[in-house]
Design a protein around this ligand. Structure first.
Ligand SMILES: Nc1nc2c(c(=O)[nH]1)N[C@H]1C(S)=C(S)[C@@H](COP(=O)(O)O)O[C@H]1N2
Ligand SMILES: [Mo]
Length: 243
């Protein structure tokens, strides 16, 4: 299952980015010890001068999570692509549900949609503010599929065996979507067309591209990157990057 994900390019690109991040962190630590960057105020210095960085979210947390820097356009981070044709798309909803379902693209796009502007945060250190996503709330699909009370986790299943796991309570938040549009257009191929998961309040590896299934489960099942050492929960404000 993991093998097809293990192509040298995919792993080396992602790992290279992680190493760059770690080197940057080391540099900042050293610089801070030398009191050069200190004066500029902690991570604001690396965040650049985006005015939104210091804003507060409705929940009181700073808009820019610690040690993230703002970029101006989403970056393709790789992965093994799935079939981009919406006519071939089905979303399988299974596991701890009383009403298992297979939903095609047309059905999904006719469901009540959420359009939201939100921020996304990559574990390698970039944050994109104010990206616009359209999709169906996972909570809506969970209701349709009659998720059982014993389900406590959700595994997003994607092309070529990619998986990522989240707590059900996190997946039922109103901003957790099954998304089919990015910036008002079909999601670009490298960003997961036709459909991807979107968990905006968690590092972006929780947002599975080229989505194929939602698997509800009583027991947690660490996903692809989680098994390779990325943090199981991935809260950017707690800097849950690596386990
Ligand atoms: N199917 C699939 N989804 C995936 C991945 C992947 O390799 N395969 N990579 C994850 C990681 S590590 C990140 S950082 C984000 C990157 O999304 P982007 O390429 O749209 O920026 O997608 C996540 N979703
Ligand atoms: Mo990533």
């Amino acid at each position: 299952m993991v093998d097809s994900q293990d192509s040298p390019n995919h792993l080396s690109d992602e790992r290279a980015a992680v190493f760059r991040m770690l080197r940057r962190r080391q540099f900042i630590k050293r610089a801070a010890a030398g009191a050069t960057i200190c004066a500029l105020g902690g991570y604001y210095a690396i965040a650049g001068h985006d005015d939104r960085s210091g804003q507060r979210r409705p929940d009181g947390r700073l808009r820019l999570p610690p040690h993230q820097r703002v970029i101006s356009a989403i970056k393709p981070m790789g992965g093994e692509e799935g079939d981009p044709d919406p006519r071939h798309f089905t979303l399988k909803i299974h596991g701890e549900v009383d009403n298992p379902m297979e939903i095609d693209f047309k059905t999904l796009s006719e469901m009540p949609a959420t359009e939201q502007t939100c921020d996304v945060h990559c574990v390698t250190g970039w944050t994109l503010f104010d990206s616009v996503w359209t999709g169906v709330a996972i909570s809506h699909l969970a209701k349709l599929a009659k998720v059982r009370s014993r389900a406590h986790y959700l595994v997003f299943e994607a092309a070529q065996g990619y998986t990522t796991n989240v707590r059900l309570a996190d997946a039922l938040q109103p901003n957790a979507l099954i998304a089919y549009k990015f910036q008002h257009e079909a999601i670009p191929r490298e960003h997961g067309t036709p459909v991807r998961g979107l968990m905006p309040d968690f590092y972006f590896y929780k947002s599975a591209k080229w989505l194929t299934g939602l698997y509800f489960t009583a027991r947690d099942m660490p996903g692809y990157w989680e098994r390779l050492g990325y943090h199981n929960h991935a809260d950017p404000w707690k800097e849950e990057r690596y386990a």
